[in-house]
Ligand binder design. Sequence first.
Ligand SMILES: O=C(O)C1=C[C@@H](OP(=O)(O)O)[C@@H](O)[C@H](O)C1
Ligand SMILES: C=C(OP(=O)(O)O)C(=O)O
Length: 409
Amino acid sequence: MKLHLSPPASSTLKSAIKITGSKSESNRLLLLQALYPNIKIQNLSNSDDAIVMQKGIKVSKGEVDIHHAGTAMRFLTTYFSSQAGKEVVLTGSKRMTERPIGVLVDALKSLGADITYLENEGYPPLHIKGKKIEKQKVSLPADISSQYISSLLLTAPSLDNGLELELVGKITSVPYIKMTLALLTQIGVKNSFVGNTIKVSSKKEISKSTLVVESDWSSASYYYSIVALCAVGTEITLSAYKKDSLQGDSVLADIYKDFGVETIFLDNKIVLKKVSKAVEAIITKDLSNAPDIAQTIAVTTFGLGLGCHLTGLHTLKIKETDRLEALKTELTKLGAAITVTNNSLTIKASNTIHKDIAIDTYNDHRMGMAFAPLALKTSIIINDAGVVSKSYPDFWTDLKQLQIAIKDA
Ligand SMILES: O=C(O)C1=C[C@@H](OP(=O)(O)O)[C@@H](O)[C@H](O)C1
Ligand SMILES: C=C(OP(=O)(O)O)C(=O)O
């Protein structure tokens, strides 16, 4: 599916949108629900990643294909390793077989797990023969992906002795680790995170509980970008959100102040208001705690004609695509002067945006969604627009509500 997007008749928008549940919270809760069946989940994400997780976790024997879902790949690796009697081949899309998993597999093997690489050492697919895990201490590098750590933590309470992790190196994507621990706390599992040590106690049963997934803040980022690119007076209401979010990407409320966007927290909603022009300075941000909003912020600054210097982007190269290269290629097509390193991205301020450029999405939902807001400035084509279903299947339908003209290209 190739979509052609063009600017709405008015540059002042008003709309209200309900966004699906956080895929990060959903996939954690689905894992916990498999361990503790008396957990009930509300506002579960309708994303592809949550659907493959739901299906995959029910398998006992044979192949589990999690497509592009990083969280499902990583979370299920520990889960299946600890399930005596289950034996699976855990695999995914071609890109998934290029996303490293060696750090997690090494940690699990040192705890006694039975895992074999079926193709390349350090990468999926994995053959996993579940067994009882009895050891309880392990150390692992923490600077590549926090998902390895969350994976161990989620299964930890079901182990006889719980788990103690020693994190080595600079810890990346920290809010995702804290989200995992907060959800464990919500179901009554004792845990602590002090310095570079995380401890999780064992818990055999939990009392009946209903957990409500907050809507997805990474998905909200595209509306922040839209509001930033609109005229003063624009107002978009999103639900269901809360001020004390578990999602690190809620830092958007703070970051987008620089772009003249105010966030008002109502009961279970946020109202994004364009209240002033963006600052006229180079935008500098360290996004090591919020890697998933890097593409959105890069495109917003470009769309506003601002310069930016974004750092802490070392994890972007191993996500759905090499996001640094993808941003460089696509923003250059639109006329940006952009340079990237292995962990940073710099765009020079400029007011040129080429018209009717076709943006490639590289099987990456966030490439499609991050570039769409540029339709407020000029007409643009998004190739392979169906990619959005990885986290936000209703994205294009919701966008139509904003009067952005969307047609098949
Ligand atoms: O734990 C999670 O739910 C996630 C952690 C982050 O990954 P890294 O820790 O690999 O940066 C993030 O990019 C991903 O979308 C979701
Ligand atoms: C990196 C992402 O997802 P995952 O790693 O779970 O595939 C993402 O959604 O931006």
